[in-house]
Design a protein around this ligand. Structure first.
Ligand code: MN
Length: 192
């Protein structure tokens, strides 16, 4: 694990097309690790018969989860669909629900899908050169609706923590599917 002294200033370079940084740790998420999250189970099964595609990867600093510091890094979400549902990240709440996050789109296009525990939902378009503010209390997931990799820079409170469990169990209320070649936001038929 790389470790940075967050008491001091430092520089990290990221490739704007690939999100890669030599100074960051890379984590890859394959379809098999999120097979239950897509609606079309048959499409998942079929894809996994011929391989196990990398859906996304993220590059982040090995920061201590400490109050007052900011964690940051990049996510690269590949283009593709499972059935008619676009490739997406698992999505999560923060353990510390009262912590927000900023995502800045470096390349590609898609959506940030958000919802809070009360069931309010937000879908914000992600466009190169624009930043989206994910408010505190909102679970968040990115969806790639384009033909190229979607690359995002993110930063959040280093001690926020990640809660993937709630989303793994319930899913998001809204999903994004391709209809006639265009993204459409629909109710998630698998939502519990
Ligand atoms: Mn987050």
């Amino acid at each position: 694990m790389n470790s940075f002294d967050c008491e001091k200033s430092f520089l990290v370079d990221f490739n704007l097309e690939t999100g890669f940084s030599e100074k960051a740790e890379t984590t890859k998420r394959r379809l098999s690790q999120m097979s239950e999250m897509y609606c079309d189970s048959e499409a998942v099964k079929k894809l996994l018969e011929t391989g196990d595609p990398i859906v996304y990867a993220f590059h982040e600093m090995g920061f201590p989860e400490r109050k007052g510091d900011l964690a940051f890094g990049t996510t690269i979400l590949y283009p593709g669909t499972v059935g008619d549902e676009y490739y997406m990240t698992k999505g999560h709440f923060h353990n510390q629900l009262d912590t927000a996050e900023v995502y800045y789109t470096l390349s590609g296009e898609g959506y940030m899908v958000m919802e809070n525990p009360e069931g309010d939902t937000i879908e914000m378009p992600l466009k190169k050169g624009e930043a989206v503010y994910v408010p505190k209390r909102y679970a968040h997931r990115t969806v790639n609706t384009g033909k190229r990799p979607l690359v995002l820079f993110f930063t959040f409170a280093a001690d926020a923590g990640h809660d993937y469990g709630a989303i793994e169990t319930k899913g998001f209320r809204k999903i994004i599917v391709e209809r006639d070649g265009k993204p459409v936001i629909i109710d998630n038929p698998k939502w519990k």
